[in-house]
Design a protein around this ligand. Sequence first.
Ligand SMILES: Cc1cc2nc3c(=O)[nH]c(=O)nc-3n(C[C@H](O)[C@H](O)[C@H](O)COP(=O)(O)O)c2cc1C
Length: 404
Amino acid sequence: MDKPKVVLGVSGGIAAYKACELLRRLTESGHDVRVLPTANALRFVGAPTWAALSGHPVETEVFEDVHEVPHVRIGQQADLLVIAPATADLLAKAAHGRADDLLTNTLLTVRAPVVFAPAMHTEMWEHPATRENVATLRRRGAVVIEPASGRLTGADTGKGRLPDPAEIFEVCRRVLARGTGALTPDLAGRHVVISAGGTREPLDPVRYLGNRSSGKQGYALARTAVARGARVTLVAANTALPDPAGAEVVPVGTARELQDAVVKAAIGADVVVMAAAVADFRPAHEVRSKIKKRDGVEPEPVALVRNPDILAQVAARHPARPPVVVGFAAETDDVLAGGRAKLARKGCDLLVVNQVGDGRAFGTEENEAVILEVGGPETPVPYGPKEALADRVWDAVARRLTTA
Ligand SMILES: Cc1cc2nc3c(=O)[nH]c(=O)nc-3n(C[C@H](O)[C@H](O)[C@H](O)COP(=O)(O)O)c2cc1C
């Protein structure tokens, strides 16, 4: 079978060197990658690097190898065009259909999905011209990954960093897997809020009441949502996973912190997915200093109080309720009956029920579940990668959004 053909566009930003790692990941995972740097990108990383890593010649202009008509062929043959880093200038050219070099020509001839990974100073990213260019590109069906926040060129910090190349690779992988049929990402223009991980309720400054959730299912939901064009806010409770490219990650610790973050992010959101394992109870009293062991004295029993029911709160019928609210239910016994009862009780639109215990679901790469839907079908999702379950959840969400 032919290798999937990826065109990697590189424009002239300081993060161009990070595209070398993206290129490596793409080639090592079996993709045939053609690199199209702009002339300015070559001031940052030279053509020999791109040629050696990709195994293809590297041109920037349309007047090279003219007999092969590369300004048309490369785009026509591509399965994916990813531009990382995408400068403010490149975004402007793409939004306006300029075609003054090989990369911008290819942007007009490509019929495959296009992913932009912008990187620039915060001021450039926030400028109304850039905002409008990004909105135009998204409206036309491109996936434009939100830049990360952190250290920028020089002494500055802020939003505008190129996300980790490993995470940009994950977006490419998912967009490729969805195929060229899905030219318009079905969550484009949607803001989705996802909770992930497991809350920790402090007993004293050292100990906590926690659970086994790793956050992998919530992160898979975030990654797949970015690849389907959504703006993603990921409320992450005690996870130890790399930030998904394009997602705004809000770290939290306790159930009440998670509640504050989710309720705030849910204002104006289209979808809330509560994939985090939120503690139902917390110690009634948090002891300010470490509980000591004393000879001959038995420890005090720990009194618990109920935590707020965040899913029920977000799903409650009120004017600002997000159009689609999704819950997750981890059950050990009588999974389906428990799930159906919970769907009716919580007021959410979809409930993903999975069986936990005996090493299932928590911390693993795979999951198996049934998606229950108010007034809709029950969709069993067979045992498989968590991202496959995530995609089935987004399929159901996208269906509901279009009929909402
Ligand atoms: C050191 C340096 C770093 C730069 N980094 C960026 C950047 O990260 N993002 C950006 O949009 N422009 C950046 N620029 C400005 C671009 O290089 C400039 O807009 C250029 O015209 C982009 O050309 P291209 O889009 O054709 O590659 C940088 C310039 C310099 C000198």
